[in-house]
Design a protein. Structure first.
Length: 317
């Protein structure tokens, strides 16, 4: 591929600056190393004047959302608070571009939420920053959310944010202009841990705790997959082919807690994410996290976090 590719970044106010920098700079460095204008880029915002990142950096825009130009790739980039924003102008423009243009539309960081809201990701795999996973799965069950750092082999590619954006850009550079250039760009960035798309976003619990016990790892996977309908530790142990006592010893040795307590902490953490990130009712949150009654949910939540679920929701007002 020799023609200059034009990338447009649709910057939603409060976009994440690290994802922005990790998206643009690999393109600049690719031009620098190759000595050719392989890429050019421009920015779009709602008013076509400026966009402000979450760290208050002001970026001058070239285009308005309602007047997006022809381009090769367009990425929606947002950050915190995008769930409550009005993105109708941008979504309308993206739909028009998707129907009539040749641009490949994707999203970075929390931008996948906006694409999902517009129906772009239905039936497809997608990646979003891990902090939004619980809320995203509840809001968009028709999207196949994965915990990969990015998803590229689909119509609308997505990256989970942060340095995962650099991973995606290096992947695209390799696809467009060869692995040697991609490696040279990574070297220039002093980035020697480039990840493949299938890499998980968060460091595994095994790595964080230095664990190598397959039974404990399998138990955690079972718990994670069954937060809505919790499985008794005794049944988990039987599934693994070990005794309940053995399972308790593993949790005590590696996590300094019991299986029952750890499972409860996982469910409560998911509940907090849903209360903060979604408009789900407290009753629906309780059900989604495996609590039979709102009263029981409220009691254990207050014990864990010092506030009731309703008080937690009220902090967002």
């Amino acid at each position: 591929m020799t023609a200059t590719q034009h990338f447009v970044f649709a910057l939603v106010d409060d976009f994440t600056h690290i994802a922005f920098a990790c998206a643009v700079d690999p393109l600049r460095i690719a031009n620098l190393i190759s000595g050719k204008p392989l890429y050019r880029w421009s920015y779009a915002s709602l008013d076509g004047e400026t966009a402000q990142s979450s760290d208050d950096t002001i970026i001058r825009a070239h285009h308005r959302f309602d007047a997006l130009p022809e381009c090769d790739r367009l990425f929606v980039l947002s950050g915190i608070g995008m769930q409550s924003g009005d993105h109708s102008v941008l979504v309308t423009a993206l739909r028009r571009m998707d129907r009539h243009g040749n641009a490949k539309i994707g999203a970075l960081c929390s931008g996948a939420w906006i694409l999902a809201k517009g129906g772009f990701l239905n039936g497809s795999e997608a990646a979003i920053h891990w902090e939004y996973h619980d809320a995203f799965m509840e809001e968009f069950p028709e999207v196949h959310l994965v915990r990969n750092v990015f998803v590229s082999d689909v119509r609308h590619i997505t990256a989970s944010g942060g340095t995962a954006t650099a991973d995606l850009m290096l992947h695209l550079i390799a696809r467009d202009h060869g692995l040697d250039l991609s490696v040279a760009v990574a070297d220039q960035m002093v980035y020697n841990a480039v990840r493949e798309a299938t890499a998980a976003q968060k460091v595994s619990l095994q790595s964080r705790n230095g664990m190598r016990n397959r039974h404990l790892a399998s138990a955690l996977e079972i718990m994670t997959a069954n937060l809505e309908d919790p499985i008794p530790p005794s049944k988990i142990a039987r599934t693994l082919g070990i005794s309940t006592r053995q399972l308790e010893r593993l949790f005590g040795k590696y996590l300094n807690t019991s299986p029952k307590k750890y499972y409860m902490e996982m469910r409560l953490e998911r509940a907090r994410h849903l209360l903060v990130q979604t408009e789900m009712s407290v009753i629906d949150v309780a059900t989604a996290c495996g609590f039979d009654t709102p009263g029981h949910f409220a009691r254990v939540y207050r014990t864990a976090f010092g506030v009731t679920p309703m008080m937690q929701r009220g902090r967002l007002d």
